[in-house]
Design a protein around this ligand. Structure first.
Ligand code: DC
Length: 213
């Protein structure tokens, strides 16, 4: 079974994705880490993430064993990742890795922006996880300050709005809800409530597909 989870930055899809994968004993891939790793490599070589040629070279040379690097979560990398992710050739270079990750049995949970629409359009279950920009900024701000990263909530909100706008309006695989995705608005839900709601949706979808969950 493949579970596709899409949504904007800091919507809770990563935390949910991990818990859902544990619950169903599936592999889990945070596809944002691919774009973040490309951005890290571009910046690390002193290049500009707005330059498609260097972004493509880094995407082609990406070492997947570095995807768990905690440095990938640094706030500045989100913006650079959104920039490199806007290039169709970069997305194309990362496509095969994501599809190959999803393929082996018993399946996988992938989260990102275009999983239900482009990477795994045949996923058995699709969730679109969202929350208001203000609530997402509050959550991300809390995480960053707890991790000792000095930043203001206003800066976090501005970053979220900028990335939302770029991720939604780009021509290549823009962020959008797939027609057959369940919408999960977590604005007023804590993580346990969001997880319960997600499991209900997934079990309902699997029941409809004629599988036991
Ligand atoms: O989910 P995240 O914040 O770690 O993602 C960082 C950026 O990567 C995000 O702003 C857009 C891009 N991204 C994407 O375009 N497609 C994906 N499947 C995942 C992330």
């Amino acid at each position: 079974m493949i579970i596709a989870i899409d949504g904007p930055a800091a919507s809770g899809k990563g935390t949910l994705g991990k818990r859902i994968a544990e619950h169903y004993r599936l592999a889990y891939l945070d596809t944002g880490s691919l774009y973040r790793a490309v951005a890290r490599d571009v910046l690390g070589q002193g290049h500009d993430p707005a330059d498609p040629a260097t972004a493509l070279a880094s995407a082609k040379a990406l070492d997947a064993s570095t995807l768990g690097d905690p440095a990938l979560r640094a706030p500045g990398l989100g913006e650079a990742a959104s920039l490199v992710a806007s290039f169709p050739e970069v997305r194309q270079a990362l496509l095969a890795y994501q599809r190959a990750f999803a393929r082996p049995r018993p399946g996988a949970v992938l989260d990102g922006r275009d999983i239900g629409t482009v990477i795994c359009p045949d996923a058995q279950v699709k969730l679109f996880v969202t929350a208001t920009p203000e609530e997402r900024a509050r959550r991300r701000y809390r995480e960053l300050t707890q991790a000792g990263i000095p930043i203001s909530e206003a800066e976090v909100l501005a970053d979220i709005r900028r990335r939302d706008e770029r991720d939604r309006s780009r021509a290549a695989a823009p962020l959008r809800q797939a027609a057959d995705a369940y919408l999960l608005d977590t604005t007023n839900l804590d993580i346990d409530a969001a997880f319960t709601a997600a499991i209900d949706m997934i079990d309902t979808a699997m029941g409809r597909a004629g599988h036991a969950s």
